[in-house]
Design a protein around this ligand. Structure first.
Ligand code: GDP
Length: 318
């Protein structure tokens, strides 16, 4: 599989955002309001006693990949949740704590990840019209056709739930789905429609940006990027904007089952992902969490839910 074929998934050390005027670090979880001072949560993640350049073999995603050489990632490119100590881990034990096909280390908050109930709640056109019950939420956003509806359906194990947000009139809305009656998945309008009128594009930008900046219960944005094609400028711009505005973000690489297609120059998803990572590393001081998925094979499904669970449980506690 996948990461296993990445040519040594090494990354370099922190790169400072060219857009950032302050020295504060980018963070990957929104503070629970009104505790605004906790925006720097993740900069205090404990460091391991392992050398920062010591590579960690990443777990492979499925049995079919076992014949591939393990991919390695350097410690400073892992996402280590707060209150997570990896100092006692040797590389082998740390490997078992990294979610498959990702750079995400599991924390003690990774529990209650299962989806047992999913209900469409409402579609809003303004941030202030969104549900006001204070439950934590995760927003899925990505270029149109990136596989957002498919992923949403796969996360909740329904074939047609996300169709609600594909209905005419809803594609430009903030669509809320309540999960297990205690958190929300939010489907945001896809961006990058080539045919959309200019004014409409501007309008989408305006309200999704307002949502990102002002939705106090937004724990993290999940930015979907198609791993079956080379990086697109519009996705890089989106990642840059989120980094610049310190909006917590996880990158979700979609369509990782599509391999070695001639039309994209024969590149594997891992190569496209590596290229994307290289291009965005200047936008962030620390590597954002990222994860590989496929709605065809369900790769990454349980892993995303575990990652959401650990962000959510941490958010609820602080
Ligand atoms: P959206 O516009 O972002 O909601 O994208 P959709 O979920 O409607 O998917 C767009 C197209 O990509 C559809 O033809 C899907 O069947 C296809 N697709 C979505 N996810 C995957 C995936 O993980 N693997 C593959 N091979 N195709 C996918």
């Amino acid at each position: 599989m996948i990461l296993a074929q990445l040519p040594r998934f090494h990354f370099s050390v922190f790169a400072k955002s060219p857009f950032s005027l302050s020295s504060s670090h980018f963070n990957f979880i929104n503070p629970k309001p009104p505790v605004t001072a906790v925006r720097t949560l993740f900069q205090f993640a404990p460091k391991s006693s392992l050398a920062a350049v010591e590579p960690i073999p990443l777990p492979v995603s499925d049995a079919s990949d076992l014949d591939d050489a393990p991919v390695e990632i350097s410690l400073d490119k892992l996402f280590i949740p707060p209150e997570t100590d990896i100092s006692g881990d040797n590389p082998a034990s740390l490997t078992t704590r990294i979610l498959k096909g990702s750079n995400i280390v599991l924390s003690k908050y990774a529990r209650d990840a299962q989806v047992v109930q999913a209900d469409y709640v409402k579609s809003s056109v303004r941030t202030e019209d969104c549900p006001a019950d204070g439950l934590p939420e995760f927003a899925l956003v990505g270029r149109s056709n990136v596989g957002k509806s498919s992923l949403l359906n796969s996360l909740v194990r329904r074939k047609r739930l996300a169709l609600t947000s594909k209905k005419p009139g809803k594609t430009q809305c903030i669509n809320h789905f309540r999960i297990n009656d205690n958190w929300y998945l939010v489907d945001l309008p896809g961006y990058g429609f080539a045919s959309a009128p200019h004014e409409l594009k501007l309008d989408w930008n305006k309200f999704t940006k307002d949502y990102f900046l002002n939705r106090s219960t937004l724990v993290s944005v999940f930015l979907l990027v198609d791993a079956s094609i080379p990086p697109k400028q519009i996705d890089l711009d989106y990642a840059s904007w989120l980094g610049q505005n310190q909006v917590p973000m996880t990158m979700v690489f979609t369509k990782c089952d599509k391999r070695k297609k001639k039309k994209n120059g024969g590149k594997k998803p891992e190569e496209n992902i590596k290229e994307f990572q290289d291009l965005i590393q200047g936008f962030f001081e620390t590597t954002p969490p990222w994860i590989m998925t496929s709605s065809v094979t369900n790769q990454g499904r349980d892993e995303i839910l575990l990652h959401m669970a650990q962000l959510r449980n941490y958010w609820l506690k602080h």
